[in-house]
Design a protein. Structure first.
Length: 289
């Protein structure tokens, strides 16, 4: 019996027919909505060839799309590394047996998780703009804001991941002479990180998407460059659609990696009990002896 049959009864012929009709109606509504949107865009001249031909030119990609994409990937890549470091430090601090350290780390993590990323970027940008030693305050503000917010989320993932492990892991480490800190660093956190890889990769998708908020403070990322191109060429809608398509492709690739990791880890951690047959062993009923 399958898991689905355990959770609920299998649909009968009438229910399957109703489900099929519902799916057909849903697809028809979506197709009708897309056709209506295309009709409206065509009526306003948004589907004209001159609106789209700039994206077939090399200068568009050389001076606008690719530089913006590289800035987006650069900010996201740095933020991924710093977020992991931040998450490891504060995640382990939240698991510390030293109460003041655990309390301070908990307050910092919960405070940073509660602040919107955009608000954090704006305040950091205003602050870094007053520092003469910082050449690009917008870039630094984007990276620091993404690090603080997503690092606090990763710290919480690490804390919950370690606390979700069986207690026998720490007891085994203590049994061989490890201190609680050594057991946490060498046994528990590595296992929690492996179990959390899909969630971590999904958080990287969030970092990449939130990097687009940098356009509000003037950071020259993909969305900002697409807006500049659209304003100059008079095809703002088309430029935003192209940038959205690029984001979708990259995020879909990262989401596919997360799904693949989840499947791989589930396959590696799930095993089947093997029965061994021993020759010459006869099971006897105790009542017959």
């Amino acid at each position: 019996m399958s898991v689905q049959q355990v959770l609920f009864d299998a649909p009968g012929p009438k229910a399957r027919r109703n489900i099929l009709l519902g799916n057909i109606l849903g697809v028809a509504l979506i197709v009708a909505l897309v056709a209506y949107v295309v009709f409206l865009l065509g009526g306003k001249g948004q589907l004209a060839a001159e609106k789209w031909t700039p994206f077939l030119e090399g200068r568009t990609w050389e001076f606008f799309i690719l530089p913006g994409l590289l800035n987006t990937l650069k900010a996201a890549a740095i933020a991924v590394v710093t977020s992991i470091l931040f998450g490891l430090i504060f995640g382990m601090s939240r698991l510390s047996h030293f109460l003041p350290l655990r309390a301070v780390a908990g307050v910092i993590v919960e405070f940073l998780r509660a602040i919107p990323v955009l608000l954090m970027m704006i305040f950091l940008w205003l602050g870094f703009g007053r520092v003469d030693a910082i050449d690009d305050p917008a870039f630094v503000a984007v990276v620091v804001a993404l690090t603080l917010y997503n690092g606090s989320v990763i710290a919480e993932l690490i804390r919950s991941g370690v606390q979700g492990l069986p207690k026998g892991q720490r007891e085994a480490g203590m049994a061989i002479g490890m201190t609680p800190l050594q057991s946490l660093r060498s046994i528990e956190v590595p296992q929690a990180l492996i179990a959390m890889l899909p969630a971590l990769v999904s958080q990287f998708v969030v970092i990449l998407k939130d990097s687009a908020l940098g356009y509000i403070i003037g950071y020259s990322e993909l969305l900002q460059n697409a807006r500049r191109l659209g304003v100059g060429e008079g095809n703002l809608l088309q430029a935003l659609l192209i940038s959205a398509l690029i984001f979708i492709v990259i995020n879909f690739a990262l989401s596919s990696v997360a799904s693949r990791l989840s499947t791989l880890l589930t396959f590696r951690t799930k095993g089947k009990a093997k029965t061994t047959k021993q020759d010459g062993v006869v099971a006897m009923d105790a009542a017959s002896t």
